[in-house]
Ligand binder design. Structure first.
Ligand code: FAD
Length: 429
C-alpha cells in the first residue's frame, strides 16, 4: 500500500489527485495538501477584474469531490518540505508522511523585485482571485475618472497570454462603459517583439497580435525593463539588442496591470538538488526529480529553461494543456513505481492556448513547444471567445465532479490530433 501526497490543489494539483485515484488501487492512499479547501480557476481572473464574473462562479469547494473520490484533504497548507525525511510539515505544526510526493504549488509572484510593483503598491494584478477583485474596484474608479492605462509583463515574466488577454478584455470593457475614447492604452512588455509569448512566437502570433493592437489603438513598447512604478507613472527602459538602454520611457498611467516574474513558493525553495536558484522544481522527462526519486512535479512550479537569449529575460509559459500532459505522465509513472516498474511516460508539453479578447480572440498550438515544430498554428476569430467560455465551464465541472478526463475529452483530443503522452517505451525496448 502506498501513500501519494499532492502538494497544491490548483489547476495541476486537483486533476493530479483525481488521475492518481484512477490509476492506483483502492488500498493506496491519496492526499492533497493545499492552502485552503477551495479551488479557484485562475484563467477566469481577467474576467473577474472587469466584473464579467463573480468569485462564486469560478470557485469550487474541493471537500465534497475529495470525499467522494476518497482523497484526504489537508487545507492547512505546507510550511516546509523535508524530502530527505519523506515528510511535509504543515503550518499548524503537524506533518504528513508520504511514499511519493507530487509538487504542484504553482508560482510565487515576485512583485518585490521591482520598486512600487504589485497590489500592495501601485499596480493591479489578475494572478490571484483576490487581486482580480481588487482590480475590479480600480476598474470602476477608472470608468468614473478615465485616464491612461498600462498593461503588460515585466522582465523575467513567463506568462504573456494573460497580459494580452487582459489588454483586449479591458479595452472591450472600457468601450462597453463608453469611456474608451478617454483612455490611451500602452502595452509594455519584456518580449523582444509583440506575439513572442516566451515561445519565439507561434504561427503568426506576431502579425495577428500587432494587427489586433493597431485595430484597437493600443500602442506598445517591447524589450522593456521596468525600473520602477510610481503613483500615476511607469518608468521603463527600452533595451537594444546588446542590452544597452535605447530609451527610458515615463509612461503616465492611472491604471497599471503587469504580469510579474514567477518563482517557486517558500515551502519548497532552496532545497539542494530539488530546486533551481529561482525555486522551481528540477524534473527529468518523466516529471521525476533525480535526487529525490519519489518526488515528482507538475505545473507552473516545474523548472523549464528559457527558449533562447533575449535582450530582456523572458521565461517559457506553462499553459493548462501542457500541465495536464505533465499530470497524465506523472500519474502513469507513479502507478508504475508502486507496481515495482520503472517510470516511462513522458508528457508532450505541447503549448495549446486560447487567448480571449472579450468578443474574439487568438488561439495557438505549438507542438513541440521549442521550434522547429511539427505543429505551429495560430488563428483568430469570435469562436475563441466562445471556446474559452466552454473551457471554463468544462474545467470547473471536471473539478466539481472529481473526474480527471471523461472519455469524450479523450475523444475530442484524439480528433484534434493532440496527445498528452509521448509514445510510451516499454521496459524490454
Ligand atoms: P495554481 O493553479 O496556481 O495552483 C497552485 C496551488 O498550490 C494553489 O492552490 C495554492 O494555494 C497551492 N499552494 C501554494 N503554496 C502552497 C503551500 N505552501 N502549501 C499548500 N498549497 C500551496 N493557462 C491556460 O492554458 N489557459 C489560460 O487561459 C490561462 N490563463 C491564465 C491566466 C492567468 C491570470 C494566469 C496567471 C495564468 C493563466 N494560465 C492559463 C496559466 C496556467 O494554466 C495557470 O497559471 C494555472 O493555474 C497553473 O496551474 P498550477 O497548478 O501550476 O498552479
Amino acid at each position: 500500500m502506498a501513500h501519494v501526497v499532492v502538494l497544491g490543489a490548483g489547476l495541476g494539483g486537483t486533476i493530479m489527485a483525481y488521475e492518481l485515484r484512477d490509476v492506483l488501487s483502492r488500498e493506496d492512499r491519496v492526499s492533497v495538501i493545499n492552502k485552503g479547501s477551495v479551488y479557484s480557476f485562475v484563467p477566469s481572473n481577467p474576467w473577474v477584474a472587469v466584473g464579467w464574473r463573480e468569485r462564486e462562479t469560478v470557485e469550487v469547494d474541493l471537500a465534497p469531490a475529495c470525499k467522494r473520490r476518497d482523497i484526504a484533504l489537508y487545507p492547512q497548507g505546507a510550511k516546509r518540505l523535508h524530502p530527505a525525511e519523506n515528510r511535509v510539515e504543515l503550518t499548524d505544526g503537524t506533518s504528513v508522511d508520504y511514499d511519493y510526493l507530487v509538487i504542484a504549488t504553482g508560482p510565487e509572484l515576485a512583485f518585490d523585485e521591482i520598486e512600487g510593483f504589485g497590489p500592495e503598491a501601485y499596480t493591479q494584478s489578475v494572478c490571484h482571485i483576490d487581486h482580480a477583485l481588487a482590480a475590479k474596484e480600480a476598474f470602476d474608479k477608472l470608468v468614473a475618472k478615465p485616464g491612461p492605462v498600462v498593461i503588460g509583463a515585466v522582465q523575467g515574466a513567463s506568462c504573456f497570454g494573460p497580459a494580452y488577454e487582459f489588454a483586449f478584455i479591458l479595452e472591450k470593457a472600457l468601450r462597453d462603459a463608453k469611456v474608451r475614447d478617454k483612455v490611451p492604452m500602452t502595452f509594455v512588455t519584456s518580449e523582444p517583439y509583440i506575439g513572442h509569448l516566451g515561445l519565439d512566437g507561434v504561427g503568426d502570433t506576431k502579425g495577428l497580435l500587432e494587427s489586433a493592437m493597431r485595430a484597437k489603438h493600443i500602442k506598445w513598447i517591447t524589450n522593456a525593463k521596468v525600473q520602477k512604478f510610481e503613483d500615476g507613472k511607469v518608468i521603463a527602459d527600452e533595451l537594444n539588442e546588446d542590452g544597452s538602454v535605447k530609451t527610458t520611457h515615463e509612461v503616465p498611467s492611472a491604471y497599471t496591470m503587469m504580469l510579474p516574474a514567477f518563482r517557486g513558493v517558500e515551502a519548497v525553495r532552496d532545497i539542494e538538488g530539488l530546486t533551481n536558484p529561482r525555486g522551481f522544481i528540477l524534473v527529468d522527462r518523466h516529471q521525476q526529480n533525480q535526487k529525490f526519486q519519489n518526488v515528482f512535479s507538475v505545473g507552473v512550479c516545474v523548472a523549464i529553461p528559457p527558449m533562447g537569449k533575449t535582450p530582456v529575460p523572458v521565461g517559457v509559459p506553462k499553459t493548462g494543456f501542457m500541465i495536464e500532459s505533465m499530470v497524465t505522465a506523472t500519474a502513469t509513472n507513479i502507478a508504475r513505481l508502486v507496481r515495482g516498474e520503472t517510470p516511462n511516460a513522458e508528457g508532450t508539453w505541447n503549448a495549446v492556448c486560447l487567448a480571449d479578447f472579450g468578443d474574439g480572440g487568438i488561439a495557438f498550438v505549438a507542438q513541440p513547444q521549442i521550434p522547429p515544430r511539427n505543429v505551429n498554428w495560430s488563428s483568430q476569430g469570435k469562436w475563441v471567445h466562445a471556446a474559452k467560455i466552454g473551457f471554463e465551464k468544462y474545467f470547473l465541472h471536471k473539478i466539481k465532479s472529481g473526474r480527471a478526463e471523461p472519455f469524450y475529452e479523450k475523444l475530442a483530443l484524439q480528433v484534434l490530433g493532440i496527445d498528452k503522452l509521448k509514445a510510451v517505451k516499454f521496459d524490454s525496448e
